[in-house]
Ligand binder design. Structure first.
Ligand code: ADP
Ligand code: MG
Length: 457
């Protein structure tokens, strides 16, 4: 850690801010979201002094960690930004760590307990668009926020990248704080807990580490698939969880998969994690995607024409973060060029930035579903009514609606001209099963990824 040589003037601090923001933009794309959030979300360029960019970081440990682990990457980025002669030093802020909600008093908890537990205020239930894909998870999160420690404890929310896990998790914390501003809530990504644990072991501060979790009302632990292969961390989480659970505190976990599918997770932890309610988040259907885009545009006070909205929603299907990202980049482009946002402009602008999605059609749905259920495509589309075939057929119909947005009539045609009420019944059936049976929901998620080509096995 280096000290600043002399006070830094306003211009220097503005250009430092700008330069560091540019570096952050690249890092945001290159790093995993948790890593970016943990290490870089609270950093700020504060000045340039004799060719040295000074970046403020939250504490000395992050200064060391960033230099050691990301120094080379940052130098490469700086040279790609034509600032190859600039060196970087990281300066830790000495001020007290920020609390969960900086404006709210948090009386009875040691402030360091919240050092990395910031909640983003925009992650609220009001800002979360509810559709079939996330209704159960939303309802469960809401119920936990209203009655922590009493309804579902623990609550375990799982789902793919960018589907709103962090949003829902933090919404619980934000909601609770609006009801009770002295609520003791700790939000952390599992990766952060791991780093804190290593630090505690190195510095012999295990007691402080444990105390951080004592007396909480709610622990919100994000991305716990990160525990894979980390025995020591699993051990600690197990104890923290038991302690909190026994004292009636609410615990909420998120993960990219259900507990029993987290390999190397100790059996006793698997059973603890799954002992409350396990709910999943599915990729949003077309209507939900449209609603999310509209909500986002309204929040930015932007007029989003319906055809543009529909076009983006039909192109970006599997990840809300990518969906929002496309809109934001499109708006940035149009405002930069001073052009009106039209469908034509959207089409040409988005060809470069849309994720390349494989060609998905009815044939692909039929092939993948048939293979998964161990039947032939011909049988799947035929008239046999064995139990297994009926379910496979219903699942294929469901995906034709969900992924391809086909009409009921169209779907019926792929299956020997079945009428629309049969198709509708199939869709309802699959939705009911999905809501009632987490194993079936997980199977659907995997199948969906295979159909859309995001997972090739
Ligand atoms: P995850 O943690 O599952 O990877 P996030 O919670 O970070 O995903 O969500 C990614 C982005 O998508 C965030 O900006 C979040 O606000 C937004 N988002 C996800 N789901 C919804 C939803 N149902 N309604 C509104 N915004 C959503
Ligand atoms: Mg997340």
């Amino acid at each position: 850690m280096e000290q600043m040589a002399k006070p830094i003037g306003r211009n220097a601090s503005e250009s430092a801010c700008q330069l560091w923001d540019n570096v952050l933009q690249v890092l945001r794309v290159r790093l995993r979201p948790e890593a970016f959030e943990t290490w870089f979300s609270s950093t700020q360029g504060v000045g340039i002094c004799n060719g040295n960019l000074v970046v403020r970081v939250p504490h000395p440990f992050s200064a060391d960690w960033i230099s050691h682990h990301y120094g080379a990457e940052i130098r490469t980025i700086l040279s790609s930004l034509s600032a190859e002669n600039t060196t970087v030093s990281f300066v830790a802020t000495e001020q007290a760590p920020r609390a969960v909600a900086p404006t709210r008093p948090l009386p009875s908890i040691p402030p360091q307990g919240f050092a990395q537990g910031r909640l983003q205020l925009r992650y609220t239930f009001e800002n979360f668009v509810v559709g079939e894909c996330n209704r159960l998870a939303y309802a469960a999160a809401r119920s936990v926020a209203e009655n922590p420690g009493s309804s579902y404890n623990p609550l375990f929310v799982y789902g793919g990248v960018g589907l709103g896990k962090t949003h829902l998790l933090q919404a619980i914390g934000n909601y609770r704080l609006t009801k009770l501003n002295s609520a003791r809530i700790y939000y952390a990504a599992a990766e952060t807990v791991f780093i804190e644990l290593i630090q505690a072991i190195e510095r012999n501060t295990r007691i402080e580490f444990k105390n951080r979790y004592r007396g909480l009302d709610i622990l919100l632990l994000d991305d716990i698939h990160y525990l894979i292969g980390k025995e020591r961390l699993q051990e600690e989480i197990f104890h923290i969880f038991n302690y909190l659970h026994d004292s009636g505190s609410q615990v909420v976990f998120t993960s990219d998969r259900p507990p029993r599918e987290i390999p190397t997770l100790q059996e006793r932890l698997v059973s603890r994690l799954g002992s409350g309610l396990v709910v999943d988040l599915q990729p949003p259907d077309l209507e939900t995607r449209i609603a999310i885009l509209k909500r986002r545009a309204a929040a930015e006070s932007i007029e989003l024409p319906d055809d543009v909205c529909y076009y983006i929603a039909s192109k970006v299907r599997t990840n809300v973060r990518a969906l929002e990202g496309s809109l934001v980049r499109l708006l940035a482009m149009t405002s930069f060029q001073g052009k009106q946002l039209t469908l034509d402009l959207t089409k040409s602008a988005l060809t470069d930035i849309l994720p390349v999605e494989p060609r998905v059609d009815s044939r692909r749905v039929i092939e993948v579903v048939a293979e998964d259920f161990g039947v032939t495509p011909a049988l799947l589309c035929g008239h046999s009514r064995t139990q297994e075939l009926v379910l496979a057929r219903q699942v294929a119909m469901f995906f034709m609606r969900d992924i391809l947005s086909q009409s009921l009539k169209e779907i019926g045609r792929h299956f020997g001209g079945r009428d629309h009420t049969t198709v509708l019944h199939a869709l309802n059936k699959v939705q009911q099963l999905r809501a009632a049976d987490p194993a079936f929901a997980a199977k659907l998620s995997t199948l969906r990824l295979r159909i859309t080509g995001e997972q090739n096995h």
